[in-house]
Design a protein around this ligand. Sequence first.
Ligand code: PMP
Length: 286
Amino acid sequence: MSICYLNGSYQTKFDARISIQDRGFNFSDGVYEVMSFSNTKVINFQKHINRLNLSLKELKIHYPFKNTKTLKLILNKLIKLNKLNHGFLYLQITRGSASRNHLFPKITSPNIVIFTFNTKIDDKHIIDGVKVNLTSDKRWSRCDIKSISLLPNVLEKQNASENGYYESWQIRNNYITEGSTSNAFIINKKNEIQTHPANNFILGGVTRDSVIEVAKRLDLKIREKAFTACDIDTCKEAFLTSTTVRILPVVKIQKNKINNGKPGLITRKLMSEYNDFINSQINGKY
Ligand code: PMP
């Protein structure tokens, strides 16, 4: 039976209960993180904590743990209780439970839910790459906050799937911002790795950040500048990143085949180096 963490106690997922007045439930008034763990070790932990802190601060939600170490202990205990070596952690913090009123409640404490889950990445996606659709970005202009309000993302992901695509890359003011569940990259005609800058129009992906770090170590050129659909027409390679899939090659964007429909060499190199980067965290090198 899967064990989750709820406001200070460990319970089976079946037994865990939360108020119908939880502000996450009523207003999407909360934030979340998805982290991966391998060999029981949480990957890119500090980067996730930095983003969680930013999201909480922007929504003026109190950081509910004594310190980062306390949270780490909870995550480690949860991994242990669930007897897992590899998988993912979902952490959600809402403003708390209170009578329904848009105004922040004066007295409440955040509701914290953490559970483990697993998802298998399709080997075909890793080997052959994925197809991406282009759609308009219908989200608000604080996409840097990892808010639990994900309706536009849910609709875009569903729309992509119904049309035979793995992901939708969203366009705002002519520029590709990011996917509905991942960050978007191209290798442009100058052989630079190009991606939208980490500002309020995208979620600053932890994987995005780490991939940039890895690319710099490989002496690859990074250009954090938004690209357009025209840049896609002339790009050499493309890929997407997220915690759950790491790096996936993008081989077709709408009708446009990228690199003749095959994962590119730079993408492959980054995939392999990124796996090493993660393995070295597991082995304690980082
Ligand atoms: N952008 C969006 C909109 C996302 O939902 C995600 C995944 N949570 C990402 C980017 C990738 O972020 P990360 O690498 O931290 O998983």
